[in-house]
Write a protein that binds this ligand. Structure first.
Ligand code: NDP
Length: 443
């Protein structure tokens, strides 16, 4: 089936959901030609079924702020597919959250989780609640109200949520506490938990570290290495800061990080000590990078994206559609050779097409940032076994998983000696889910 024909049907069924259309288009662009050569998938209309979520739950979240005002937000859980395991995917709390964003994220999650080689289906959820500027008590009351509805739709063998933008250790703790109270059980139904109550070593760092390990695999495949490379990262949250940390530990130079207010430029390279300051600033004080820049006398470019800083490697680690065609052109013109997406769909379709045409080593998020959910999968395993592995053991498994994801991308993405990682990740992620769906029959 033609891509345009397929997309016309999808747009008709899901009007106005731009982010969801974009995510499906990227996958369908690579998977439809593959399906054309496999009549079984075509006859069973696997792609049509895969783009329709199993179910979506939408609910009201009422809570009281510190001044006694009643506040109302909307909560969501998009359970996209449990073909290969329980639903699994993060919760996002941000004012930009709406159904289209969560459908795109849930859809991507199906492919990503399949690539990890672990038995996990795909889901995503969240709310238009913005934790920024809220007191701890307000965040607690919101999380408790949110979970009071969500708890009936999740469970360790049903659906296992985790964090995402705006949902860090504090939010997961409040959510898990309320889940435990309502269900009267202590099971691994949320991941990203604190180490004292069922969390896994390396989960906090896993997405950022995994993204770096994936870049290392891509470089090794072309007989190159990370050491000495100049790197630019967007974001300064969970994914960006731990990617920066691992890059520095592996001998690369990090010259830029960003946030919603702008980016910092450190031509001589950030240090691990200064990065610790940024982690503390973001995680506990919820401050902005201009504060850091003032404190250390560093160049701060307000309101700008970091892609204008010349680099060998770019790691977009903030949010969707933060790197457009013009940014991609600038990066290529400045000699950037590799892009590893820490965020979900940070590059626009036109931007990634440009990288593809220029044969830049380009890793889509569903492959490069799968380390986070992979360690969430290992947190589930440890919870079920009632034991916990050491930091070294979990980090070793993370590296192995990123290597296996890379191998799958190479297997399905090789084209005239060059690896097309977009094709490799999408087709490899598709095959496992499609095989399960074929085996179940029509449902
Ligand atoms: P955080 O909330 O910890 O950090 C997000 C960072 O991105 C912050 O620095 C934030 O700025 C910045 N940011 C957010 N929105 C914008 C915007 N519109 N413009 C500019 N900057 C922005 O989130 P995470 O690090 O957890 O997530 C980042 C990305 O990685 C998301 O796409 C997420 O879906 C993806 N991801 C996360 C995983 C995880 O394990 N956490 C797993 C896989 C993917 P500020 O500091 O000013 O708020």
């Amino acid at each position: 089936m033609e891509l345009d024909q397929f997309m016309a049907g999808l747009v008709r069924r899901n009007p106005g959901e731009k982010e969801f259309h974009q995510a499906v288009r990227e996958v369908a662009d690579k998977v439809l030609p593959f399906i054309a050569a496999h009549p079984d998938y075509q006859k069973a209309r696997i792609m049509e079924r895969m783009t329709e979520p199993d179910r979506i739950v939408i609910f009201r979240v009422s809570w009281e702020d510190d001044d006694g005002n009643v506040r109302v937000n909307r909560g969501y859980r998009v359970q996209f597919s449990n073909a290969i395991g329980p639903y699994k995917g993060g919760l996002r709390f941000d004012k930009s959250v709406h159904l289209s964003v969560l459908k795109f994220l849930g859809f991507e999650q199906v492919f990503k989780n399949s690539l990890t080689t672990l038995p996990m289906g795909g889901a995503k959820g969240g709310s238009d609640f913005n934790p920024k500027g809220k007191s701890d008590s307000e965040v607690m009351r919101f999380c408790q109200s949110f979970m009071t509805e969500l708890y009936r739709h999740i469970g360790e063998d049903v659906d296992v949520p985790a964090g995402d933008i705006g949902v860090g250790a504090r939010e997961i703790s409040y959510l898990f506490g309320q889940y435990k109270r309502l269900s009267n059980e202590f099971t691994g139904t949320l991941t990203g938990k604190g180490l004292a109550f069922g969390g896994s070593q390396v989960r906090t760092e896993a997405t950022g570290y995994g993204c770096v390990y994936f870049a290392r695999e891509m470089l090794a495949h072309v007989n190159d290495e990370l050491e000495g490379k100049t790197c630019v990262l967007s974001g300064s949250g969970n994914v960006a800061t731990y990617a920066a940390q691992r890059l520095m530990q592996l001998g690369a130079k990090v010259v830029a990080l960003s946030d919603r207010t702008g980016f910092i430029h450190e031509p001589d390279g950030l240090t691990l000590e200064r990065l610790d300051y940024i982690i503390e600033l973001k995680e506990h004080q919820r401050g902005s990078l201009d504060q850091y820049a003032k404190e250390f006398g560093v160049t701060f470019c307000p309101g700008k994206k970091p892609w204008i800083v010349p680099c060998d490697i770019a790691f977009p680690c903030a949010t969707q559609n933060e790197l457009d065609k013009e940014d991609a052109r600038t990066l290529i013109d400045h000699g950037c050779r590799l892009v590893s997406e820490g965020a979900n769909m940070p590059t626009t379709f036109a931007g990634s097409t440009l990288f593809e045409e220029a044969q830049i080593l380009f890793a889509p998020g569903k492959a490069a940032n799968a380390g986070g959910v992979a360690i969430s999968g290992l947190e589930m395993s440890q919870n079920s076994m009632r034991l916990s592995w050491t930091r070294e053991e979990v980090d070793r498994q993370l590296q192995e998983i990123m290597t296996r994801i890379h191998e799958q991308c190479v297997e399905y993405g090789i084209e005239n000696g060059h690896v097309n990682y977009i094709k490799g990740a999408n087709v490899a992620g598709f095959v496992k889910v499609a095989e399960a769906m074929l085996a179940y029959g029509i449902m």
